[in-house]
Ligand binder design. Structure first.
Ligand code: FCB
Length: 455
């Protein structure tokens, strides 16, 4: 790829994390338990019985971690707030100590000129609300909007960039249909209800934000382009179905105010007849879109799979990460092209992009994670080309700042640009962290330097 224009001077270069994955101390200072706390503490759910009880101990090492971000030259930091620290019962009584933690975090970031990007919900619903059905409860959008308003009031003067919900598709699919995430349900009829309530929650919170606050608010979607395994019409149709299920289930309501018609066919009687009417308010409810991109899917028809009747089958020879996810930067280019087509003026952020690898051990203060340097470099070059092609891309957040609790995989998957020794809590920036610092410092020119490509 030839040298392109550098990234704009005000491009937001950041790293991302989420509360349950890094904070630890989940019940400290009056916090209530979340569904992830309960899920991880139930045997059989998380590999090796790992929990977020300690995680990266960020709750107690926040100041040190913000100093580290500054050392790495980060201009922005995406984090999530733990709802049950703020409202231990999920609603009603506000816990000032919980709020205080995020106030101190935001102040520490601003002191170092690091722009905060706050995610309101990254999967850790208060367990007290799960007792009432959690996201299945038709009141859940009001619970969420009330919680969001507490944060808008407390931090709206200092935080200008907000994300309502992280990856609603994963919440509904993994949490209520597949059962591999909290709350661990496996119910075809529940996933559509959760989808509707998440979109309603998002739209209500955005309306509340627009009524009270300056700044911009959006949502983060996991976008995974779908390609047919062969040109056989059955596979082509399967890829289209999965595209509707994974990507357009949320994009279409946000952009058009209705669900893709394929969903009613895929879910059959499990799909509520009035679904479109219930999510009509989601249309236009975003000032920007957050894109979480990791991989693509290559799909073949699979009559038995419910609901999408399509199965991802990564090509056997393709390069993969430690998650087994195919490394395919071109998929990100295709996501950008699709969005230029569907929403040409919508501001975009890459709110997550990164990779887990079995890194070599930290030795003499160094971790030589060449595979991650290559992964990030390749995707950043795609981001730069998208800018040149006219996408309104305003920032990039690497997942993740720190090695952390990777949900059902526990601590066995390392996504950090900073290595964490979980026994000592020692942080060691990996080669990728220093590479990223150079990219930031040079506005992307370091991406052209010999060595970053061939590493
Ligand atoms: C995303 C999640 C994030 C992390 C990465 C690897 O789906 O938003 O918390 O687990 O995947």
């Amino acid at each position: 790829m030839s040298a392109l224009r550098p990234f704009p001077g005000d491009f937001l270069w950041g790293a991302a994390t989420s509360a349950y994955q890094i904070e630890g101390s989940p019940l400290a200072d009056g916090a209530g338990p979340s569904i992830w706390h309960q899920f991880a503490h139930t045997p059989g759910h998380v590999r090796g019985g790992d929990t977020g009880d300690v995680a990266c101990d960020h709750y107690r090492r926040m100041a040190e971690d913000v100093a580290l971000m500054a050392r790495l030259g980060l201009r922005a930091y995406r984090f999530s707030v733990s709802w049950s620290r703020i409202l231990p019962q999920g609603r009603g009584h506000v816990n000032p100590a919980g709020l205080g933690f995020y106030e101190r975090l935001v102040d520490a970031l601003l002191e170092r000129d690091i722009v905060p990007l706050l995610t309101l919900y990254h999967w850790d619903l208060p367990a007290a609300l799960d007792m009432y059905g959690g996201w299945l409860n038709p009141d859940s959008p009001h619970w969420f909007a009330d919680y969001a308003e507490v944060l808008f009031r407390a931090l709206g003067d200092r935080v200008r960039l907000w994300i309502t919900i992280n990856e609603p598709w994963v919440v509904a699919h993994c949490g209520y249909l597949q059962g591999v995430h909290a709350p661990g349900h496996r119910n075809l009829y529940q996933a559509p209800m959760v989808s509707i309530h998440l979109l309603q929650s998002h739209a209500l919170a955005v309306a509340a934000f627009r009524a009270c606050c300056d700044g911009r608010i959006g949502i983060a979607l996991n976008l995974e382009p779908q390609y047919p395994a062969t040109q056989h019409p059955a596979d082509v149709a399967a890829a289209q179905r999965r595209e509707a299920y994974v990507n357009r289930q949320y994009l279409d309501p946000l952009l058009l105010g209705r669900y893709p018609p394929e969903l009613a066919r895929l879910f059959g009687e499990a799909w509520p007849r009035d679904a479109d009417a219930r999510i009509a308010t989601a249309r236009g409810s975003l000032d920007f879109l957050g894109i979480n991109y990791y991989t693509r899917a290559v799909v073949r028809a699979e009559p038995r799979s419910v609901p999408e009747r399509a199965a991802p089958v990564p090509p056997a020879s393709a390069p993969r990460t430690a998650m087994g996810w195919e490394i395919h930067p071109q998929g990100l280019a295709d996501v950008f092209a699709e969005l230029r087509h569907r929403a040409p003026t919508l501001p975009l952020y890459i709110t997550e992009n990164g990779a887990a690898f079995d890194d070599p051990p930290a030795a003499h203060g160094l971790v030589d994670d060449g595979a991650r340097v290559r992964y990030l470099g390749d995707h950043l070059r795609v981001a730069r080309a998208a800018l040149a092609a006219g996408s309104d891309l305003r920032g990039y957040f690497v997942w993740s700042l720190l090695d952390n609790f990777e949900w059902q995989h526990g601590y066995s998957r390392r996504f950090g640009i900073v290595h964490v020794d979980f026994a000592s809590q020692r942080r060691t920036p990996k080669h990728s962290a220093w590479f990223y610092r150079d990219v930031i410092h040079s506005h992307g020119r370091a991406l052209d330097e010999a060595g970053t490509r061939g590493l």
